[in-house]
Write a protein that binds this ligand. Structure first.
Ligand SMILES: [Zn+2]
Length: 199
């Protein structure tokens, strides 16, 4: 069954090792979870699939959507759409080996983060400074943000300078970490404080 292998960074025809059918009476389509092995790198992958109609009376299992290790495209629901869509695209660009485009999308993720916090300055540099002054990000995150911004400029403008795979990966990790810190951890921390004050 076709599944995306995270190690091989490509779609592979997984060798089936076992399956468990879902029997949720409220869900109209047959659905199952399948454990497969990547034929190339031999790693274990768990996917979910449902039957889709391919002809008048013809149903087939769809390609597997990877549940474990989690597919990169799924991002935490605490991350607002304005930043999340660019982050997802940055990941897709990286996968497609479009490293300059990935850098641009990473920059856009941070722009989304600034817009979410309604920074007044229209430039990314000014926005990041505002976020730091408002203590939404700390000094280290600010420095990461600055690095992202500079690379975004290399990626966005025609020049002989290229974004390497390693740089693109770092930028992607930085953007993910900044979003994680600002949205996911902050929300968690606020809920924690709320619970403590209730006690
Ligand atoms: Zn593999």
């Amino acid at each position: 069954m076709i599944i995306e292998c995270n190690h091989c960074e490509s779609k592979v025809d997984g060798i089936e090792k076992g399956e468990v059918y879902d029997n949720d009476p409220d869900y109209p389509f047959p659905c199952k979870r399948v454990l497969v092995q990547c034929p190339v790198c031999k790693s274990a992958l768990l996917g979910i699939t449902e039957k889709i109609q391919v002809g008048h009376d013809d149903w087939e299992w769809d390609n597997l959507h990877r549940l474990w290790p989690p597919q990169d495209a799924s991002i935490d629901r605490e991350i607002p759409e304005i930043a999340g869509v660019s982050l997802v695209e940055a990941r897709l660009c990286f996968k497609a080996k479009a490293y300059s485009a990935c850098a641009v999308m990473c920059g856009r993720t941070i722009e989304g983060l600034c817009m979410h916090h309604k920074t007044k300055n229209k430039t990314l540099a000014g926005g990041l400074k505002e976020l730091k002054e408002a203590e939404i990000i700390d000094t280290r995150l600010f420095e990461w943000g600055e690095a992202l911004r500079k690379h975004r400029n290399i990626g966005a403008h025609a020049s002989s300078e290229k974004i390497s795979k390693e740089d693109a990966k770092d930028l992607l990790d930085f953007s993910s970490a900044i979003c994680e810190y600002v949205f996911v951890l902050n929300a968690k921390f606020n809920r924690f404080i709320e619970r403590s004050t209730k006690k």
